[in-house]
Write a protein that binds this ligand. Structure first.
Ligand SMILES: [Zn+2]
Length: 239
């Protein structure tokens, strides 16, 4: 048996294995598993996004609280000064007005900051709710995913003997193929699902291009590796 006969057999077994894998992956359960896996990944990304946002907002909240404390401290100072002035007969009306104005300004700042703070707290609460809701979705999806994964595993077990048989066959045939030829095959495999093409009726079985008689003869002689001039596949002639 020639090298190309072996390579041809190898390709046939490889194609059969690919077909089997495709069949396994096209089962409704396998498809469902894939969809659930995608959903889980997406939802986890959503949660991560929410958590990052929550972290940012929480640190904003902390700095707002610090600002508020500082403002309240200033208010206390200003207020006690005003109290002293009001008790002091020497304090002028201008001084009192000035102090009252400063207090009002501080109170204005306090109320603006409080509004901002409340809005941020509300936003953080909503974010937490969204995180919880998304998390519930994830839990449900994970449960469905686990169930369908079990079914998929069972299905895979059904395919396993045939897959194992083909894998062993491939391993066996591979031993009879010279490394150099196998490397050429593997390189071609990157661009062609079936890198070795049957030559029949003067045509390349891969691209169906008609080949010159001289090429056909060279292929038939089997003394050298001939590639299709059009698609580059290794041409094979079955005796
Ligand atoms: Zn071709």
């Amino acid at each position: 048996m020639g090298q190309l006969d072996k390579l041809w057999d190898y390709q046939q077994a490889e194609l059969e294995l690919a077909k089997l894998n495709k069949e396994m992956r096209s089962s409704p359960n396998y498809q469902k598993r894939g969809k659930l896996q995608k959903l889980l990944r997406e939802q986890m990304d959503v949660i991560t996004g929410f958590e990052k946002e929550l972290e940012t907002r929480s640190s904003q909240l902390a700095s707002m609280q610090a600002q508020l404390e500082a403002l309240l401290h200033d208010y206390d100072l200003e207020k006690s000064e005003l109290d002293i002035m009001e008790a002091d007969e020497e304090a002028t009306p201008e001084e009192l007005t000035e102090s009252k104005k400063a207090i009002e300004k501080l109170l204005g700042k306090v109320s603006a900051l409080s509004r901002e703070l409340n809005a941020t707290v509300e936003y953080c609460d909503k974010l937490s709710e969204s995180i919880n809701a998304t998390f519930s979705k994830v839990v449900r999806a994970k449960r469905d995913y686990d169930a369908v994964r079990t079914v998929c595993d069972e299905e895979r077990e059904g395919f396993a003997p045939r897959i194992k048989e083909l894998e062993e066959k491939l391993e066996q045939i591979r031993k009879d193929i010279p490394n150099e030829l196998f490397e050429r095959y593997s390189t071609l495999k990157k661009n062609h699902i079936a890198p070795i093409a049957l030559l029949s009726n003067g045509q390349c079985g891969g691209c169906h291009m008609a080949l010159p008689a001289v090429v056909e003869k060279r292929v038939q002689s089997g003394t050298t590796i001939v590639r299709c001039e059009n698609c580059g596949r290794i041409l094979y002639y079955r005796q």
